[in-house]
Structure formats: structure tokens, C-alpha cells
Write a protein that binds this ligand. Structure first.
Ligand SMILES: Nc1ncnc2c1ncn2[C@@H]1O[C@H](COP(=O)(O)OP(=O)(O)O)[C@@H](O)[C@H]1O
Ligand SMILES: [Mg+2]
Length: 341
């Protein structure tokens, strides 16, 4: 693992972005973005199509230059020290970047050679990574014959060849089926376990929740919210109390009772008959206490009572006033319906 270069201004920060601006004609792809990623953490950059995620990743990996602002990665300036910077990062783009005609092994070997590894080192690194990403069996087959999931794993393996300190994953699971997506998540979690700092862009709330420690929500080139995932969810909106009576026959009477209770500002309940619970949206700890007190006073025995935070989808809706739009290409079937609202 490469060490993060000493940065006098950014102790412990693997990525630091200030006032980043990038225009394409009239389009403000990035409109003054600030962002920090602490070493050893996973930053999720969540936003709909066209939010500016790829533009951000391209600037941070020195593929394009910003119009204004500054950014450092592993202590290196994207404008002033691009060569040094490239040596300590890995990048997996939104679209597969491997050569389809070449076998998986060959792809990795060549990248190793491009990164100045000796023949011997490049060979052993290719072997090791194919093994690690469960591609050994397919090592000699052209990458063009791989399934979507195998291709994505080969992409991840390719980005790990140079033992990066900071890894950029641009929508690593867009277009993958749910099972393959889980495999990619597992791999990303393993890489994080090895100490890599990750900046991951995604359109999927679930993905951010699975992988990220912190979240930056972007929309139309601007950061609209940021913070720890739980913190962010708590900040936007209330919580839902899930109250499950011990006796299923008490379900409907309990819901009616809570609706009639007259706790100030308490929203109306819904019944989750399948799981035998009444859902009560609450806005404060006082309301939680009032609900529990009233139910107890009424003599209804409860099997469980839990609080749930709002989903990231709801978070996005309340932050932007609109839902995160669906990716235009190859949305995994299971998210198509909810994302298309
Ligand atoms: N090379 C380019 N030329 C013109 N417009 C671009 C270019 N790259 C991105 N854009 C525009 O900039 C905005 C942000 O794009 P992008 O960073 O790709 O968003 P995301 O990755 O979040 O979907 C979009 O409106 C997109 O159309
Ligand atoms: Mg993109």
C-alpha cells in the first residue's frame, strides 16, 4: 500500500476539494464543489444522472482540468502534480475500460507494465489479482467473452494493480444485476478492509448505505448536503416508530387508539398487517415517549418497538424537492420501478 503523501494543509485527508468549477458551454457540470474524504474511509457521492459525478472523478484523476478551484488527492495537487498523483490512485470508470480482445490476464499484465512494474512483478500481480477477484478460470479467455459481473471484477482488479492509496469508483454497479452488484460490494468492502480510501459515485441509495461512511449529495453541479449517513438521514425528516403488539388482534385497535390519541403534531399511523406492526411517524423523542407511555397505560402488551430512519430516497426527495432520476442506461431491473417515479 502506498502511503499518502505528507500534506501540510490536509492532515488525514485523502481527498480535498475546494470551490471546484467546470463548465461545458452553458452547462455547469460542477458549480463550486467542496468535499473532503478522510483517509481510510469511503465517501459516497450520491446524485442523479447529470449531477456532475463523473466530471468530479475525471478532475480528481487528472483526466480533465477544472476551470476554477483546487483539489488535492493523497496530498498531490491535481493541477500541479498530476504525475505523482496518478501513481497513487486507481480508477474504475462508469464503463468498462479493459481491452475486450485481450484475455483477462493479458489486460492486467499490460497495465502492470504501463505502471512500470518489472515483467516478473507484473506477472505475479496479474495472477494474484485474478485469483483474488475469482477470475483465474477465465484468465486466458478474451475479456469480451466475460459476463457483466466478470468484466466489472476485471475492472476492479485493473484499478488495484498499482496498489493505490485512493480509489475512485464511478458508478461501479450501474447496469449490473442484483447478485453481481452484491459481489462487487463485497470486493469493495475487502479493498476498504485493506486500508484503501475510496471515493465512490452512485445513483443508488442502497449502495451508498451499504458502502459509504460519509455521503455527499450532489445535484446539478452543487453539493446540496453532506455528512455521516445516519446523521444525514436523521437531519432530514423524522423517524418512524414500528410498534408490534404481542397479540395480532390488537393491531387495528392499537392503530385507531394512536390516531385518536391527540399527541400534538403526531402524523397518522399506517398498519403493516403482514408484519403485524403499526407504523407511527414521529418528529421528536418526546413523541416517542408519549406513544410508549400511552400504549402502556392502555394495557396493550408490546412484542417490540423499533425506530427506523428514512431511506436515502426520501432524503433525496426532501433535499431537492424531486426524486433522484433513473439512470438512462441499463438500470438494474429491480430498481427500475422505484427510480422511474
Ligand atoms: N464532455 C462533455 N461535453 C459537454 N457536456 C458534458 C461533458 N461531460 C459532461 N457534460 C455535462 O455535464 C453535466 C454533468 O455530467 P456528468 O459529470 O457526466 O454527470 P454524472 O456523472 O453525475 O451523470 C451533464 O449535464 C453533462 O451533460
Ligand atoms: Mg457519470
Amino acid at each position: 500500500m502506498k502511503r499518502i503523501h505528507d500534506d501540510p494543509s490536509g492532515a488525514g485527508r485523502a481527498v480535498s476539494v475546494r470551490g471546484l468549477v467546470k463548465h461545458y458551454g452553458e452547462t455547469k457540470a460542477l458549480d463550486g464543489v467542496d468535499l473532503d474524504v478522510r483517509e481510510g474511509t469511503v465517501m459516497g457521492v450520491l446524485g442523479p444522472n447529470g449531477a456532475g459525478k463523473t466530471t468530479l472523478v475525471r478532475i480528481l484523476s487528472t483526466l480533465i482540468t477544472p476551470d476554477a478551484g483546487r483539489a488535492t488527492v493523497a496530498g498531490y495537487d491535481v493541477m500541479g502534480q498530476p504525475r505523482q498523483l496518478r501513481r497513487v490512485i486507481g480508477l474504475t470508470g462508469q464503463y468498462a475500460s479493459v481491452d475486450e480482445k485481450l484475455p483477462g490476464w493479458e489486460n492486467l499484465y499490460l497495465i502492470g507494465r504501463l505502471l512500470d512494474l518489472s515483467r516478473k512483478e507484473a506477472r505475479s500481480r496479474a495472477d494474484e489479482l485474478l485469483e483474488r477477484f475469482s477470475l483465474t478460470e477465465a484468465a486466458r479467455r478474451p475479456a469480451g467473452t466475460y459476463s457483466g459481473g466478470m468484466r466489472r471484477r476485471l475492472d476492479l482488479a485493473a484499478s488495484m494493480i498499482g496498489r493505490p492509496a485512493v480509489l475512485f469508483l464511478d458508478e461501479p454497479t450501474t447496469g449490473l444485476d442484483p447478485r453481481t452488484r452484491n459481489e462487487v460490494w463485497d470486493e469493495v468492502q475487502r479493498m476498504v478492509g485493506d486500508g484503501v480510501t475510496v471515493l465512490l459515485t452512485t445513483q443508488y441509495m442502497e449502495e451508498a448505505e451499504q458502502l459509504a461512511t460519509e455521503l455527499t449529495v450532489v445535484d446539478r453541479g452543487k453539493v446540496i448536503a453532506g455528512g455521516g449517513i445516519e446523521e444525514l438521514k436523521a437531519k432530514v425528516g423524522g423517524r418512524t416508530l414500528r410498534v408490534r403488539p404481542a397479540d395480532p388482534l390488537h393491531l387495528r385497535p392499537l392503530a385507531a387508539f394512536l390516531d385518536e390519541l391527540g399527541i400534538t403534531g403526531l402524523a397518522s399511523t399506517t398498519v403493516d398487517a403482514e408484519r403485524g406492526a403499526v407504523l407511527v411517524p414521529i418528529l421528536s423523542d418526546e413523541q416517542l415517549t408519549a406513544v410508549v407511555g400511552a400504549v402502556t397505560a392502555r394495557g396493550i402488551t408490546l412484542a417490540s418497538i423499533t425506530t427506523e430512519l428514512p431511506s436515502l430516497d426520501e432524503v433525496f426527495l426532501s433535499l431537492t424537492g424531486h426524486r433522484a432520476s433513473a439512470p438512462q442506461d441499463a438500470t438494474p431491473a429491480d430498481t427500475r420501478e422505484e427510480a422511474a417515479v
